[in-house]
Every structure is written in structure tokens, then in C-alpha cells.
Ligand binder design. Structure first.
Ligand code: SAM
Length: 364
């Protein structure tokens, strides 16, 4: 069993309704936005337009304006519908989430009730999720909304697999996933490296509890720890591979730099650090999909993801090198969501996932 919530016919109908709206946002309104962009592309001053120049074309268009409004309200409706469903059965959901570390469990979870939410999440609900990652039912909400949100192109953890498969194979004995959430980015390592110890670290108990239950239901052995990515409390030089998927765009620069330093500290000499995100704006604009660069930037501004604009302007290789890593490089990985690498076309324009990977010096 992957989730504990039971839905009535009415709740299912509501969920299907909002899911259809979300699909339409992408395949209907998104298509109209793309047409508007292509029709007006000749007005751009160069073939490599800035985000500001694309915004001048897109922001006045009815398709973009309605799409932005529609996206915001669809998210709100989805969260509201799910929260209503959870509210009706919250004692059962709470009991299910609290049934951790059961006898015979493959993995484990270690919670730290004294760990407070990071200060940079105190006054926002990240990507409009009510109560942020630390609300009591955040894991249930996150795992249920991510399906419709990604038009079901990540139902089999394709994004987590993209990074796991993109990292050069080695004999990693201890693997740590920072900002592991409900474990979608963690579980692939259990399959790829069955002899390794796999750890998932997140600050949010609600995400970890759900992740622990999910991992157990899938027969995967993961050790989940409630810690900050910036301060894992793991011993120096004790890990072979550190990964992070979708963590870096959601935290401010100071926390990103501290996380890179922490990864270096816990890695053994020669150990590998790899993160995965969308490509930086410059690469998106110049090599793949200028419209996607604009949409990513504006999503950050519209959908309560305040660190997106600055993160996607930053140089990740420089961030790793400044943190002490060597042999650092950006690598384009197959992206099933947009069809990059599969030849399938995607109306916004396909683009790869972007892995930044580096090593701790062997003589460190
Ligand atoms: C977008 S989610 C990604 C989850 C997971 N990696 C995945 O790919 O499904 C980001 C996660 O990072 C966690 N997070 C944010 N800031 C953190 C921090 N400072 N330390 C640990 N976890 C953090 C959040 O709680 C959330 O679960």
C-alpha cells in the first residue's frame, strides 16, 4: 500500500476534475502559449533573447495571463480537495504515519522533534503547499499532488532514476540523499546498489514518515534521518556518494553553500557529489527552450518558489568548486518529462535534466 487515504466517489470525482484542469493547463493553455511565442518570436531582438525580452512578448498575452491564474487556482483546488479528504479520516492517517520502526521493518527512521523548520521557510508556503513540508500531512499531500502536477510522467520515480543512472557506476558502500522528501529520489539506489547502505536526510518529519512507510511498502531498506542538509551530523569522511534532487532550487544561496560544504565534509576522499535540477536559464534559453526558461523564472515568482530565479541564474560548477570539489562538470541527462533523449516532442520544447557532479580530492 503506497498511501493511506481512502477516497469516496465524490472525492474521486473532485480529484479527477482538478486533475483534468491541470492537464488542460499544460496541454491546452500551454499549447496556446507556445503558439503565441512562435507567432511573436520574430519580434525578439536576437536569437538568444533574455528572460526579460521573452517576458515582454509573453506577459501581455491572454494565454499566459489566463494560464498563470489557472495554474495558481488549480494548485489551490488540488490541495484543498486533498486536505478535505485527509481531514475526514485524519485519525487513521495519523496512525498510519506514526506506525514507524515496526518490528521486522527493513529500514528505520530517526526523528528529532527539536529540529525546527529552516528560517527561510518560516514566512512562505513553498510552491504554495499549505503549511510547507513540515505540516503534519505534508508527505501525503506531496506524493498525491506530484502525480497530476507532473502529468503522471514521474509516477515511477523517473526523475530520481535519471540521476541515479546518470552517476558513473562505482562500488559505493554508503549513499546519502539530501532533501530526500518522501524518498522518490532515494529508492532507486536500493535497486542499483543493493549492497550499499542508503540514507535519506530531510528536515521535515512529515515527509520522512511517509517516505519510511513508502519504502517499507516497496520492500526497500532505507535509513531516514531528520536532519538539516547543511548539518547532517554524520561523521567526517564516512560516505561514498552524496546526491540531492530538487533541493538546491528551494533553498537560499547561504544554505546551498553550506550544503555543498557539508557534502564535502562527510564524503570520503575520492567520494562523489551529484545534484539534479533543470538546466540553468542560460542553457535553457540558448540551447533548448527559451519559453521554458521564461516559464521557470515566472513560476518561481508566481507560485511561491522564491529561490528559483536566483538559483537558475547561478553557476553550479563554480558553486561546487568554491565548496572544494574537483573534476566538477555539468552533464545533460535524459528527461522523460519533456521527452529529451527519447526523440518524443514536447510542445514547450524538450530539455535535459541537469546533473552537476564533482569529487572530493583523493588526497583530501
Ligand atoms: C522538492 S522536494 C524534493 C524531494 C526529493 N528529493 C524528490 O526528488 O522527490 C525538496 C525537499 O527538500 C527538503 N528540504 C528543504 N530544505 C532542507 C534542508 N535545509 N535540509 C534538509 N531537507 C531540506 C524539503 O523538506 C523537501 O522534502
Amino acid at each position: 500500500m503506497e498511501s493511506t487515504i481512502q477516497t469516496s466517489c465524490t472525492e474521486r470525482a473532485k480529484l479527477e476534475f482538478v486533475e483534468a484542469l491541470m492537464r488542460y493547463n499544460s496541454t491546452g493553455i500551454g499549447k496556446a502559449m507556445t503558439e503565441h511565442f512562435h507567432t511573436n518570436q520574430s519580434r525578439l531582438p536576437s536569437e538568444k533573447p533574455t528572460i526579460g525580452e521573452i517576458a515582454e512578448i509573453m506577459e501581455p498575452s491572454p494565454s499566459y495571463r489566463f494560464g498563470a491564474f489557472f495554474e495558481f487556482h488549480n494548485h489551490a483546488r488540488l490541495f484543498r480537495t486533498l486536505l478535505g479528504t485527509i481531514e475526514r479520516q485524519k485519525t487513521a492517517v495519523r496512525d498510519w504515519l506514526d506506525a514507524v520502526n515496526q518490528p521486522g521493518a527493513l529500514g528505520s527512521i530517526e526523528l528529532d522533534p527539536a529540529l525546527s523548520p529552516p528560517t527561510y521557510y518560516r514566512s512562505i508556503d513553498i510552491h504554495t503547499q499549505p503549511g510547507n513540508y513540515h505540516a503534519e500531512f505534508a508527505g501525503v499531500l506531496y506524493h498525491t499532488m506530484i502525480g497530476p502536477f507532473l502529468v503522471h510522467r514521474d509516477d515511477h520515480d523517473e526523475m530520481g532514476w535519471a540521476l541515479a543512472r546518470g552517476i558513473p557506476r562505482r562500488d559505493y558502500r554508503r549513499i546519502v540523499d539530501l532533501g530526500c522528501g518522501v524518498g522518490k529520489s532515494t529508492l532507486p539506489y536500493c535497486d542499483l546498489y543493493p549492497d550499499a547502505e542508503v540514507l535519506g536526510i530531510d528536515y521535515a518529519a512529515a515527509m520522512l514518515k511517509y517516505g519510511h512507510r513508502l519504502a517499507e511498502s516497496r520492500g526497500k531498506r532505507v535509513r531516514f534521518l531528520q536532519r538539516y542538509a547543511e548539518d547532517t551530523r554524520l561523521p567526517d569522511s564516512s560516505v561514498d556518494l552524496v546526491v540531492a534532487v530538487w533541493l538546491f532550487h528551494e533553498i537560499p544561496r547561504k544554505a546551498r553553500d553550506a550544503t555543498v560544504r557539508e557534502a564535502l565534509r562527510i564524503l570520503r576522499p575520492g567520494g562523489v557529489f551529484a545534484i539534479m535540477e533543470s538546466p540553468p536559464f542560460r542553457d535553457l534559453r540558448e540551447s533548448y527552450s527559451p519559453l521554458s526558461a521564461f516559464l521557470l523564472d515566472s513560476t518561481g515568482r508566481r507560485m511561491s518558489d522564491p529561490y528559483i530565479p536566483e538559483f537558475f541564474q547561478s553557476d553550479r560548477v563554480e558553486m561546487f568548486e568554491r565548496g572544494g570539489f574537483t573534476s566538477v562538470r555539468d552533464v545533460a541527462l535524459p528527461n522523460e518529462l519533456t521527452g529529451w533523449g527519447s526523440g518524443e516532442s514536447y510542445f514547450f520544447g524538450s530539455y535535459p535534466w541537469w546533473m552537476t557532479i564533482g569529487e572530493k580530492r583523493a588526497d583530501a
